[in-house]
Each structure stands twice: as C-alpha cells, then as structure tokens.
Design a protein around this ligand. Structure first.
Ligand SMILES: Nc1ncnc2c1ncn2[C@@H]1O[C@H](COP(=O)(O)OP(=O)(O)OP(=O)(O)O)[C@@H](O)[C@H]1O
Length: 251
C-alpha cells in the first residue's frame, strides 16, 4: 500500500546574497505520522531547509509541497498545515506559560477556522503535554529554564495537531532527563496522533531512538538517507554516531 506523501521537497536550492549555497539540490519526502531527522555538521543547511518549508524564506529554485500545497505560491494555506519551532525561542518573556499557550494555540487554530471549543480543548491538551504544574504555568516565561520553554513550545505545536511539526534542535542544550522526556513526548505523540515531525539534532543517540528515517546533510546536500539501522549497517558502523563520523569523513 503506498501512502500519498505529506511533504515533498523537490530539488531545493538556496543561494544567499554573497553566493553561499546553503541548500544545494535537496529532495526528500515524508509520510503522515513519520518522524524524520535531518542531521549534519554546523552550516550543513538544515535550518535553511526548515525555514523554506515553513514559508519564512523563499528558495532560489525547487519546490516544497505540503499535501499538494506549494509553500511559495500559497504560504497561508501551507501555514495552516504546519508549525515551526525554531531553535531559539525568544520574545514572549512577559507572558506566563499559560498565556503564551493560549495565544499560540488561538493564532494557529484561529487561522484554521477552529471553534472556541476546539481552541479550549487544544489549550487543555497543550497544558497537559507540558508536564508543568499550574503554578509554574502562571509564572512568566522569562523565568523559565531552557527545558521548560522548549516543553511549552513543543507542547502547543503538537496539541494543535498540524499535519507537520518542524522542530529545530528541540533538545539542544537540555539536560539528559529533559531531553529524554521531550523525545518520548515527540515520539509517542507522533505515533498516536499521526502528526509528522521533522527535526534536527546533533545527538545521534537521540536520533537513533526517535527517528523513523534520517537524512544526513553536508554542504547543502543529502549524502545519506534511510532508517537509522539501514545507515548503520550500510557503512559497517556500531551505531549512528560512528556511521555519521564515517559519512562526514571524520573517520
Ligand atoms: N541569512 C543568511 N545569509 C547568509 N548566509 C546564511 C544565512 N543563513 C544561513 N546562512 C549560511 O548558510 C549555511 C547553512 O546554514 P544553516 O543555518 O542552514 O545550517 P545548519 O545545518 O542549520 O547549521 P547548525 O547545525 O549550526 O544549526 C551556512 O554557511 C550559513 O552561514
């Protein structure tokens, strides 16, 4: 049985003024409910790819389709289908966690034409998914740790159940327990609710445990792809970290 791809990235190129080819002919697909990781060294082009898919940056050439909606031609329709959580989530320091969740959920679901009931339900679910208690959620986000902020971001992004959630280094800088919990949340929610998750990470242990498939990028190109176990086997490595080192030419 073949499933219609949810996301199609076709021969994407982004050349920045000054000539940097940040993305240099990237193509890949994702199915509904899949967790896919883009990995690669600093500057490989992961964030640039995400920003193009999320309609924040125009490609130099190539195409991105989300459920057949072209993100360049119809960005408003595309935005109804996705949520992008950038690596650095600034701003909103003056809002409490709860106010922020209410705001974000309302903006996203409002654009999708959701009812007041659906908005309230998604807020309740996001609150639940944060794993934070009520008194913490009534504190200003400026006082939150990095882990708490990420948890709030990822929670609302999942709770509105878009077709696609893009998470740029969701666990970057988090301690072991916080990353573990966030990773479990992402994996379980994606499986249960059929929300596709596209993420980037520098932690290969994490990628091995959370991602159904991996694309390894280097210098704007995809140099390897497959299930983590396939990549490991193909290059004769003991784990994904070792496979990564071999593929980026360090070993
Ligand atoms: N706005 C910009 N203007 C010019 N060059 C840029 C811009 N944004 C990114 N680049 C360049 O594009 C390349 C790819 O950057 P990108 O942020 O996509 O990499 P990345 O894989 O996400 O890296 P990291 O792992 O460090 O987050 C880099 O050489 C970067 O310097």
């Amino acid at each position: 049985m073949s499933v219609e791809p949810l996301l199609r990235v076709e021969n994407l190129v982004k050349v920045f003024p000054g000539g940097v080819r940040a993305v240099d002919g990237v193509s890949f697909e994702m199915s509904p409910g899949e967790v896919v990781a883009l990995v690669g060294p600093n500057g490989a082009g992961k964030t640039t790819t995400f920003r193009i898919i999320a309609t924040l940056l125009k490609p130099s050439s190539g195409r991105v389709l989300i459920e057949d909606v072209d993100v360049v031609k119809d960005p408003l329709e595309a935005r109804k289908r996705l949520v992008f959580v950038p690596e650095e989530v600034g701003g909103y320091r003056q809002l409490t966690g709860l106010e922020y969740i209410e705001f974000a959920v309302r903006v996203h679901l409002g654009a999708r034409g959701a009812s007041e009931d659906e908005i309230r339900r998604a807020v309740r679910e996001a609150v639940e998914l944060t794993g934070l208690d009520r008194s913490t959620l009534r504190r200003k986000m400026g006082e939150y740790s990095k882990g708490m902020k990420r948890r709030v971001q990822v929670a609302w992004a999942l709770a509105v159940k878009p077709r696609l959630v893009i998470l740029d280094e969701p666990t970057g800088g988090l301690d072991v327990e916080a990353s573990y919990k966030l990773r479990m949340l992402i994996r379980e929610y994606a499986r249960r609710e059929g929300v596709a998750v596209l993420l980037s990470s520098h932690n290969m242990l994490e990628v091995e445990s959370v991602a159904d498939r991996v694309y390894l990028m280097r210098s704007g190109r995809i140099v390897a792809s497959g299930r983590p176990s396939e990549i490991i086997e193909r290059v004769g490595a003991r784990n994904l970290e070792e496979a990564y080192m071999k593929l980026v030419g360090v070993m």
